[in-house]
Ligand binder design. Structure first.
Ligand code: F6R
Length: 610
């Protein structure tokens, strides 16, 4: 979702801004723009719909020079995808603004600003920020004070960066609900919505907190909290690889990230699980004390992370003997819910910035959950900072919009949580041994599973001309079927639905014909015979099936069923293993269809608006 980059330097900042935008492309956007305070004292702007490269080409045609500048990639919320709606937005000849988030009271602000003589040139909520700040500046205050007064008038979410032509030595930034990170350089400073944007110029970052307003000049960063008091925030040294943005020879980030799974799962387990089980304190200091009292787990997440949570419910109840609820964040945050006694709130998020999940965490704190844990991939993210406990998945930067390695490391984390909570709730010795030994075998099993690529490429050929598909699974494979369907929808735009296969006869069987391929995930587990009955129900109605099956599950290919053997695995790791062929299937179908695999249409990597 929208990206922000800003810089105050002695050198020309154009290349820094454009490179920053390129590094944020993975988040999803539909237009881009840059504004510069030129050395001759003028404020210039170039905006384009489409890719950052089109903006860069347009910039290259002119003489773009400026030592203070802001840039933005926009993902449309208010107003269509047009050049006039792209950021930065100006308030005549003076103020320039980029903004992530939504100003919810923009209509009333717009009416009041119009009555004061301001003319709106876009359909966006963001333009109200520019005019509001301009109006404050007119009363004679400095940019910092103007922004501090302005933000009091905004309802909603914003991460915003503002420049004033009359004061080219600084930008002022404000954060409420949309993340912003300050990058510290030598004699130059930067701002961005994501540290990835600034890695070529610095590794030292300050993560702004909710309500912060900061003034950034070449030599100074002054931060003020929501009450206007000056505050110090920690400087964090980033350990993200500078080249995390490279495709390492793969055609797409998504394929690279699918193939990274054995390595990142190994990283995720490192120093956390040994032959006897979990090593000490892997969920952070104090976690064990909290876990001792946990009687219920409430999981909250969105999208793929929600599917990880759904899988975890099967594990937590089956092995750790802990009751567990799971809910989509956008539902949880807007309904009245009952808090179970001694309930631990667990949020899951790749980005740590998903607006609905963050709002759900904040609500849960008010509701009186005993504690909160986040399972997250981004250190320093809002969920990590605002949760009592944080467990990092160590998947490394995930650039493809469709989540792959983040998901399998989330599942790995949940198996570790199952062990940790199980310790206090009577996990059996047999189950504990089975989870520990299957976790040890997991990286190698993932490698083995990735080797079945060829069969899946062939399957994708048969699949790519279909318009609809049905994914079936049972037990802890039902969420995996849901995840498989989500991946296919996201990147190939083929309509895909997932069902717990026991539900077939309650409705979806009516859909079955030769135009509706049915994908079945069939590990050799206690539900296999039940699943086989469901397969027969589909066969009897002329359905065409693609079955990902354990080689011992005794499925064989025939004219209505194509069987792809998946390596046999012991213990509860099967959902992690069966995720791989479904990811590969989506990838190869998308490849044949020629879609934008890494940045599928209409989607954003980090959903920072609700
Ligand atoms: C799908 C996908 C999304 C995210 C969802 C939540 O491939 O990536 O469904 O899982 O937007 O995002 P996070 O995990 O960052 O909270």
């Amino acid at each position: 979702m929208c990206g922000i980059v800003g810089a105050v330097a002695e050198r020309n900042v154009v290349e820094i801004l454009l490179e920053g935008l390129k590094r944020l492309e993975y988040r999803g956007y539909d237009s881009a723009g840059v504004a510069l305070l030129q050395q001759d004292g003028t404020l210039s702007r170039i905006r384009r719909t489409g890719k950052v490269q089109e903006l860069a080409d347009a910039v290259a045609e002119g003489e773009a020079l400026g030592t203070t500048g802001i840039a933005h990639t926009r993902w449309a919320t208010h107003g269509g995808v047009t050049e006039k709606n792209a950021h930065p937005h100006f308030s005549p000849e003076r103020v320039a603004v980029v903004h992530n988030g939504i100003i919810e009271n923009y209509q009333s602000l717009r009416e009041s600003l119009t009555s004061k003589g301001y003319t709106f040139t876009s359909d966006t909520d963001t333009e109200t920020i520019a005019h509001t700040v301009h109006e404050e500046l007119k009363s004679g205050c400095a940019l910092l004070a103007a922004v501090q007064h302005s933000v009091k008038q905004f309802h909603g979410a914003y991460g915003t960066v503002i420049m004033d032509k009359e004061d080219p030595s600084r930008v002022v930034v404000a954060r409420s609900g949309s993340p912003l990170v300050i990058g510290l350089g030598l004699g130059e400073n930067f701002i961005a919505s994501d540290q990835m944007a600034l890695l070529p110029v610095t590794r030292r970052f300050i993560f702004l907190e909710e309500g912060d307003v900061a003034e950034i000049t070449r030599r100074e960063v002054n931060i003020f909290d929501k009450d206007g008091n000056p505050v110090e925030r920690d400087v964090v040294e980033s350990n993200i690889e500078h080249d995390a943005g490279d495709k390492a020879g793969y055609r797409h980030y998504m394929l690279k990230e699918i193939h990274e799974q054995p390595t990142v799962v190994r990283n995720s387990l490192q120093n956390r699980v040994d032959d006897n089980g979990l090593t000490a304190d892997i969920f952070g200091p104090g976690a064990d004390e909290i876990f001792r009292d946990v009687k219920h787990v409430q999981i909250i997440a969105c999208g793929t992370s929600y599917h990880a949570g759904m899988t975890a419910r099967y594990w937590l109840e089956q092995y750790a003997n802990v009751s567990c609820g799971i809910e989509i964040a956008s539902e949880f945050r807007y309904r009245k819910s009952v808090v179970h006694e001694n309930s631990l709130l667990v949020t899951i998020s790749q980005s740590g910035e998903t607006a609905d999940t963050l709002a759900a965490l904040r609500l849960a704190k008010e509701l009186g959950y005993m504690s909160s844990l986040t399972i997250c991939n981004v250190p320093g993210s809002s969920l990590v900072r605002e949760s009592d406990l944080a467990f990092m998945t160590r998947a490394g930067a995930e650039i493809g919009v469709a989540s792959t390695k983040a998901f399998t490391t989330q599942l790995t984390a949940f198996l570790m949580l199952t062990l940790a909570l199980g310790e206090h709730n009577g996990i059996s010795a047999e189950d504990k041994t089975s989870i520990v030994s299957s976790l040890h075998s997991l990286p190698a099993k993932l490698e083995e599973t990735l080797a079945i690529t060829q069969g899946i490429e062939d399957l994708a050929e048969e699949f790519a001309d279909k318009n609809h598909s049905l994914f079936l699974g049972r037990g802890d494979q039902y969420p995996i079927a849901m995840e498989g369907a989500l991946k296919l929808k996201e990147i190939s735009y083929i309509h895909a639905e997932a069902y717990a296969s026991g539900e077939l006869k309650h409705g979806p069987l009516a859909l079955i014909d030769e135009e509706m391929p049915v994908i079945v995930v069939a590990p050799n587990n206690e539900l296999l015979e039940k699943l086989k009955s469901n397969v027969e129900e589909v066969r009897a109605r002329g359905g065409i099936m693609y079955v990902f099956a354990d080689k011992d599950a005794a499925f064989s290919s025939d004219e209505t069923m194509r069987v792809i053997n998946v390596p046999h695995c012991e213990g509860p790791i099967a959902p992690i293993i069966y995720t791989i062929p479904l990811q590969l299937l989506s990838y190869y179908v998308a490849l044949i269809k020629g879609t934008d695999v890494d940045q599928p249409r209409n989607l954003a990597k980090s959903v920072t608006v609700e």
